[in-house]
Design a protein around this ligand. Sequence first.
Ligand SMILES: Cc1cc2nc3c(=O)[nH]c(=O)nc-3n(C[C@H](O)[C@H](O)[C@H](O)COP(=O)(O)O)c2cc1C
Length: 190
Amino acid sequence: MNVKEAILSRRSIGKVKQDAVPEELVQQVLEAAVWAPNHGQTEPWRFWVMTGEGRKLLGRGYAEVAIAEAGDISPDEIAELRAAQEKKALRAPVVIAVAVTPTALPGVPEIEEYAAAHAAVHNMSLMAHALGLGTIWRTGAPTYHPKMKEVFGLQGAEELVGFVYIGYPEREAPEGKRTPHQQKTVWVRE
Ligand SMILES: Cc1cc2nc3c(=O)[nH]c(=O)nc-3n(C[C@H](O)[C@H](O)[C@H](O)COP(=O)(O)O)c2cc1C
């Protein structure tokens, strides 16, 4: 698959099979991530590859956030909430958490460290797609919650930038939809 084809045909795939993904393919996805451009060669990223029971790490994160936000609820309600939240981490056989690790390099503002980490995530999606895998980049408020950061042991300015759910697509990708670039672009020629 060439780059044009990969970019134009990649779609977010929310429903994937639970079939195991060979580790060799996950390694290729991670390799694509670290080849993302990054200002000053800061390489501002960290990854957690969660498979099998390892996905409980993310499940715990979702659960801790939900419980912290639920306020005053009974032990039964806590148990119910925890079980429901933990299930969210099982939506794909492989989930990769990606964090930005901003450095304090002069000339590299934090916004650019985020840009690099986001580019890494998209590289992962494109490589996975080229390998016949489906991905979805998931975030939501829990991603940035202090409890989630605690569960992943983030330090200082580190933040999660998303969870990449990976697996073999359950069905054909939905039709994509975009506003034509002409409507978003001004050409300045003189
Ligand atoms: C930063 C970011 C966060 C996203 N978070 C979610 C999410 O939490 N849940 C979700 O279903 N999709 C999420 N997406 C995927 C978008 O919904 C998806 O890219 C968009 O609908 C366009 O569809 P496509 O990727 O198939 O072209 C996210 C995408 C980005 C870039």
